[in-house]
Design a protein around this ligand. Structure first.
Ligand SMILES: Cc1cc2nc3c(=O)[nH]c(=O)nc-3n(C[C@H](O)[C@H](O)[C@H](O)COP(=O)(O)OP(=O)(O)OC[C@H]3O[C@@H](n4cnc5c(N)ncnc54)[C@H](O)[C@@H]3O)c2cc1C
Length: 548
């Protein structure tokens, strides 16, 4: 297959731009070029660095956007951040944190009903599925933390640097980059990650179409500072302002900053913006400091393919989903980057063939599409669903957060008959799902099983008879595989719950991928464990079998 693609950036003809790339000497090389230095690009830089991959991240702007956008990060995202070393840097929300929303006349006026993101789950039993809680931190505060960690892990983050054009061939991608001062240079990378947002010029250059609900409306918003802490005492942080002449959405960034997003598309001058803010507060005696205004498109579109040749779409370039209380925007993108990072690392190190990279689309596209459907199945967006997802049953938050199933060649035993998502207790260790969280004792400390994963392949087994199989599979395929012996290396605090959660009997074993997902499971010791495990690892890792 010919992977050569010439970007059609700006209005310049493709041929001229191509000549421009060819005419400039390659100044720089890296394994992975990430385009876009916002939430997803910086996360990609961090996760690639964590996996030991040499990475350059380029961002055309000088810093994070002044308009913060995302505020809610889910427990799964925090699990990934924790594994990459951010546990102490991103302040967690309280364990039972959920974004609560109410329809009100104004903050100081009548409060009408509270609305639920997932109404059907009011009486659902609370089960501890994670050691992490979510986080409520404004995007412009989180991005510098991600950038710092990405730098520490070796990623080269270059702000004021724009991708102008690129082309790819059988061996890599050549990118033409331009610095703010006008200087241009080329960079050669083995792979490129397009984290360049909803309007991705890379996606367009690749000719990748998108499908979904489409454009809903243009959102105009105003970011301001005001002392409104007293209105947050009930734990509600999102407000649908419902007045005859003002329909808008008001929410806080938990740091004194608030954003008012209008449901109409009326352009307002500063005086009118101030009046609308005062109307939404319901009193005029408080100081209001307007910081900036925003304009963005509320839309829901998912790319039909998440990759083309050596280029991978991640984040909003792959799926632009409207902001929700489920955190399906930024969180989905951060999780894309995590899914891709270990696969790129495995292929770049020579451990795996490029077939492993095909599993990126196979795993992440269905996750994004299900989220698209769940947004319109829920009451928050039903009014603008336009016939989408009318018969779609609402899936519980626990299932969406911790129980979306991956089906790909990197998973053995996740058949088409299985549902797309279930709460972890119902999956019971099903391959294709995230390995569950349980408390275990290790070297005298109580830790989560999750802390055993996300650093290479792991075989979790009770029976010592698996040890020679681990050594031989690892040796045969040239892939490092750690055996964690249950009862010896770790001791579950609740043995019965542990066996149930992983679906294992005395002699069984679970093979866990470097991203903490279950690749394969043998409920009992097979007749030939060496053969069974080697086969499973070879298939799930797309092993080259060449030892480096
Ligand atoms: C009002 C609002 C509230 C939201 N709230 C939430 C929330 O609470 N939770 C949640 O999960 N999501 C939320 N989202 C969604 C979330 O903000 C986005 O999903 C997230 O920003 C996507 O990150 P990204 O890195 O993929 O893309 P972007 O943030 O759009 O970043 C793309 C970056 O690429 C850069 N770029 C583009 N082209 C080039 C180029 N050629 N060269 C170099 N750089 C380039 C851009 O400058 C930009 O910085 C919200 C969105 C909005 C609008």
């Amino acid at each position: 297959m010919d992977h050569t693609v010439i970007a059609r950036a700006g209005n310049e003809p493709a041929a001229r731009r191509s000549a421009q790339i060819m005419g400039v000497n390659v100044k720089d090389t890296t394994s992975v070029l990430v385009v876009g230095g916002s939430l997803v690009g910086l996360s990609a830089g961090m996760f690639l660095g964590w996996n030991g991959v040499s990475t350059v991240v380029v961002e055309k702007h000088a810093s994070s956007s002044e308009h913060p956008r995302a505020i809610g990060y889910t427990p799964r995202t925090m699990e990934l951040f924790r594994a990459a070393g951010l546990a102490d840097r991103v302040p967690p929300a309280p364990a039972d944190f959920r974004l609560k929303r109410a329809r009100v006349e104004s903050l100081a006026g009548e409060w009408r009903e509270q609305t639920d993101w997932t109404p059907e789950q009011r009486d659902v039993q609370i089960i501890e599925y994670s050691l992490s809680s979510g986080a409520a931190i404004a995007q412009d505060r989180l991005e510098p933390i991600l950038r710092e960690r990405a730098n520490e892990l070796g990623a080269d983050v270059r702000f004021n640097t724009e991708l102008i054009n690129f082309e790819q061939d059988a061996d890599g991608v050549t990118a033409l980059l331009r610095e703010r001062n006008g200087a241009e240079y080329t960079l050669r990378a083995a792979y490129m990650v397009a984290a360049d947002g909803a309007r991705s010029s890379i996606r367009e250059a690749l000719g990748i179409e998108r499908k979904g609900r489409g454009h809903i409306r243009t959102m105009l918003s105003v970011l301001f500072r005001a002392p409104l802490q007293q209105y947050l005492e009930k734990g509600i942080t999102q407000f649908e302002i419902d007045q005859p002449d003002l329909k808008a959405f008001l929410t806080t960034y938990n740091d004194g900053r608030w954003v008012l997003m209008f449901h109409d598309e009326v352009e307002r001058d500063t005086q009118q913006l101030r009046q609308s803010i005062i109307k939404s507060i319901g009193r005029s005696d408080l100081p209001v400091d307007i910081i900036t205004t925003g304009r963005w498109e509320l839309e829901a579109l998912v790319a039909e393919s998440f990759s083309s040749g050596r280029v991978f779409l991640a984040g909003d370039s792959a799926h632009t989903l409207p902001p929700t209380r489920g955190g399906y925007g930024a969180n989905t993108g951060i999780q894309d980057a995590h899914n891709l990072a270990w696969k790129l690392a495995a292929v770049l190190s020579g451990e795996s063939t490029s077939r492993l990279l095909d599993t990126y689309h196979a795993e992440r596209h269905p996750v994004s599409w299900l989220r698209h459907q769940q947004i319109f199945a829920r009451p928050d967006y039903r009014a603008v669903a336009n016939g989408i997802a009318v018969d779609e049953p609402i899936i519980s938050d626990d299932a969406m957060e911790f129980g979306q199933l991956y089906r790909s060649t990197a998973v053995i035993g996740a058949g088409p008959d299985l549902p797309p998502a279930l709460p972890p207790n119902q999956w019971a260790g099903q391959p294709g799902t995230r390995a569950p969280h349980l408390w275990v004792s290790k070297d005298g400390l109580t830790i989560s099983t999750l802390d055993l994963f996300q650093c290479g392949w792991v075989l979790l087994a009770h029976d010592q008879l698996w040890l020679p199989a681990v050594a031989q599979a690892s040796e045969a395929l040239g892939i490092e595989l750690r055996c964690v012996r249950v009862g010896l290396d770790i001791v579950p605090l609740d043995e019965a719950a542990f066996r149930l959660a992983f679906g294992l009997r005395d002699s069984g074993a679970s093979l866990i991928r470097p991203d903490g997902f279950i690749a394969w499971r043998s409920a009992e010791l097979p007749a030939d464990p060496v053969h069974a495990l080697t086969d499973a690892l070879r298939t799930a890792s797309s092993a080259t079998g060449v030892r480096t």
